[in-house]
Design a protein around this ligand. Structure first.
Ligand code: ZN
Length: 356
């Protein structure tokens, strides 16, 4: 069969087809939902990407906004027609025309029946938040610390902010009133375990119980030590949800499934980033992505015959999940909960609430 171009520098090849057949075709449920993915349009960029920025952080180099039509085509190819819908958001970055990005995401998502999140800067008034939540197809908000203010040097100028600095109480009040969904990317170099994050997530849950709060990327716990410290303090709240996008570490998935349970975890990809080919390796609290494209960050390449066997990260992630579920003795019902049912249930609940 032929190689199909996906997006940016990524293709879908026979290696991927074989990987799907061998490891995933019998395990992935008939219907799945991707609860965390981005679409956009590079034409909406207002601040050009510099070489300096690309070299700072691997995501800067890999992220090229994917248009909705291309994303839909990629979903079909990658998930072999099993992707029912996707919780869709734009790029939470001040390097883009935010209004235009939200307009684009809302319009495209609404046409395709995708539940959408609007990228919400902390400067929005309560009226503005209410108006955004009334747009057709919008189920909630995607706040992000880089929306606190622009920085031409680094995307992490505000990483040490508190959650309430970029998701302030006046916005939370409206989201609570409307029963909205919030996908929350936690701040701090220490990631989820930072005491301020734990305290503020608990405060949000206590003060704003009508919000469907989904902590993105399992709280940015990409390594086992982060998960061991960050997940237990939040394990006893059955109404707090997590998406597992961008997490590839089996020990982290295992801890999440054991501590939170499969009914509180939503499958997500964070695509288009993980059309990337290769795999991730971990050392203590850090990780490195191995890939076959000569990106600046990709300094330690593996041998060509190993790289030739790389499949897309999405598939590596699914195989890892499969192995963790199997090791835990969790069968198809629980797999379906994480890959489809939890998101379906929450989307339904939020849609009913926000449209009231
Ligand atoms: Zn994301």
């Amino acid at each position: 069969m032929s190689t199909i171009h996906l997006h940016h520098v990524w293709d879908y090849t026979d290696v991927d087809r074989r990987f799907w057949e061998e490891h995933l075709a019998d395990w992935v449920p008939d219907k799945i939902i991707d609860a965390h993915r981005h679409v956009g349009d590079s034409a909406l960029r207002t601040v050009p990407i510099t070489e300096e920025k690309k070299h700072q952080y691997w995501v800067n180099e890999v992220s090229e906004p994917v248009r909705a039509d291309v994303a839909a085509r990629c979903d079909d190819i990658i998930f072999q027609g099993r992707c029912e819908t996707t919780v869709t958001m734009g790029s939470p970055s001040l390097d883009y025309d935010l209004e235009a990005v939200n307009d684009y995401v809302c319009q495209e998502s609404n046409e395709r029946g995708w539940p959408a999140l609007v990228v919400s800067p902390p400067s929005w008034s309560q009226e503005r938040v209410a108006k955004e939540l009334s747009r057709p197809g919008v189920i909630g908000l995607k706040p992000y610390y880089s929306l606190i203010g622009p920085s031409d040097k680094t995307r992490d100028a505000h990483i040490q902010a508190d959650i309430f600095d970029y998701l302030p109480h006046h916005i939370l009040e409206v989201a609570d009133e409307r029963g909205a969904w919030i996908t929350l990317h936690v701040p701090k170099k220490e990631r989820l375990p930072h005491p301020a994050n734990i305290r503020q997530i608990k405060e949000i849950r206590q003060k704003y119980p009508n919000i469907t709060l989904v902590i993105a990327h399992l709280g940015r716990c990409y390594t086992e030590p982060h998960a061991r410290e960050g997940l237990p303090p939040l394990a006893d709240d059955p109404g707090l949800y997590f998406d597992n996008s961008a997490v590839f570490n089996p020990a982290v998935h295992r801890l999440a499934l054991e501590l939170l349970g499969p009914e509180r975890i939503l499958y997500g990809t964070d695509n288009p980033v993980f059309y990337m080919r290769g795999h991730r390796q971990w050392k203590g609290r850090t990780y490195v992505n191995r890939t076959n494209y000569p990106f600046y960050f990709n300094k330690e390449r593996e041998a060509p015959e190993i790289e030739a066997k790389y499949t897309i990260f999405v598939y590596e992630g699914l195989r890892t999940l499969k192995e963790v579920f199997e090791n835990l003795g969790m069968g198809p019902e629980r797999v379906k909960a994480v890959l489809h049912d939890n998101a379906a249930r929450l989307i339904r609940k939020v849609k009913e609430a926000v449209s009231e």
